[in-house]
Design a protein around this ligand. Structure first.
Ligand code: NDP
Length: 320
């Protein structure tokens, strides 16, 4: 028999946005259900040090922070579902969603907080060598490169943080960037430039990830100088692609308006084009993309849900 759950407030995603929405929604008596998604806890679970989340004088760990948020959400009454939504029908009320587990979810309101995922370069060999030397997460895979040579591709905060993190494992880290200046925060840049085990290759684009050996693994990358067009090759055991993120909105294509894949919300709110459907965090924010801004938007979404349900003229799907 198909399992079904009915709720006044369904939340997709369990990063800072989803869990903050859950905490506020639960405290408002809406008994929210959180469908955790592919990566419970979201992107912070693949981060190490967090120094900029308010409330902690000392450095904290991303996975620990997310455990605390989940524990708090459950403590105040939110229900966590270890499931991944694969189908959404927003054309009638209650909204109807189907999980990978086969479970059906009926909801009077929906908060989309599905976050974003790492982007790939699309260069030759990248896909083939994923898990064999090519990765998008230094904190997940850096350990495997102890004493080996690694490169990081990108010039933003993520790339610089990954390069710094990798020095815990490797004494030969090269940052490869397509321009001659970084967009990462100045404090991170200073740490990067001062680090004795990191060098930077400027104006270089990766043309190809080169495999070799048996079993096959990454042995190097072919580069092209973005100014001169000069081609070169460097040997490496690991390559970490850190060039930004793609919002996780595939489920809502042709259902909700988007801009470059980011869900559009009404200015100053979390309201999408469909009444009762709200978006919070990285899935709708391509500007700030911080844990603390995502948490703030999660709070806004819960307050928007509360107001929406209070004014709604349809019959509630589940008792409050
Ligand atoms: P960003 O979008 O900030 O940076 C992406 C980098 O990748 C840029 O340097 C860009 O180059 C480069 N890039 C993009 N596409 C390509 C490509 N096809 N080939 C080569 N290089 C490419 O993404 P991040 O993931 O670094 O950061 C995302 C957001 O998260 C930012 O707002 C950041 O501040 C935040 N963040 C904050 C952290 C913190 O506060 N501790 C930690 C990590 C992220 P170019 O510069 O030429 O455009």
């Amino acid at each position: 028999m198909t399992a079904t759950h009915s709720t006044r407030m369904l939340i997709l995603g369990s990063g800072p946005a989803g869990l903050s929405a859950a905490i506020y929604g639960a405290r408002a008596g809406l008994a929210p259900i959180v469908v955790q998604g592919m990566q419970p806890g979201g992107q912070l679970t693949i981060t190490t040090d967090v120094e900029n989340y308010p409330g902690f004088r000392d450095v904290i760990q991303g996975p620990w922070l997310m455990e605390q948020m989940q524990a708090q959400a459950e403590h105040v009454g939110a229900q966590m579902m270890y499931d991944q939504i694969i189908d959404v029908d927003l054309s009638e009320r209650p909204f109807r969603l189907k999980g990978d587990s086969g479970t059906l979810y009926y909801a009077d309101s929906l908060v989309i907080a599905t976050g974003a995922q790492a982007k790939w370069l699309g260069a030759e060999g990248e896909q083939l060598l994923q898990g064999k030397g090519v990765s998008a997460c230094a904190t997940c895979d850096g350990f495997f490169y102890r004493g080996k040579k690694v490169v990081v591709i990108g010039g933003g905060n993520t790339a610089v943080e990954e390069a710094l993190y990798l020095t815990n494992h490797s004494h030969d880290v090269t940052l490869i960037h397509r321009r001659d200046s970084l967009r990462a925060e100045k404090i991170l840049q200073q740490r990067l430039f001062a680090h004795p085990h990191i060098k930077v290759l400027w104006n270089q684009a990766v043309d190809r990830f080169v495999g070799g050996g048996d079993p096959e693994g990454l042995v190097g990358v072919d580069l092209i100088d973005t100014v001169t067009g000069h081609k070169s090759h460097i040997e490496t055991d690991g390559a970490f692609v850190a060039i930004g993120h793609q919002p996780a909105t595939e489920l809502f294509v042709d259902k909700l308006p988007m801009d470059e894949g980011y869900l559009l919300v009404e200015k100053g709110t979390t309201r999408t084009a469909i009444p009762g459907v709200f978006a919070a965090g990285d899935v709708s924010d391509k500007v700030y993309r911080q844990a603390v801004t995502a948490a703030g938007m999660g709070c806004m979404a819960a307050l928007d849900v509360e107001k929406f349900l209070a004014e709604a003229d349809f019959e509630a799907v589940a008792a409050e």
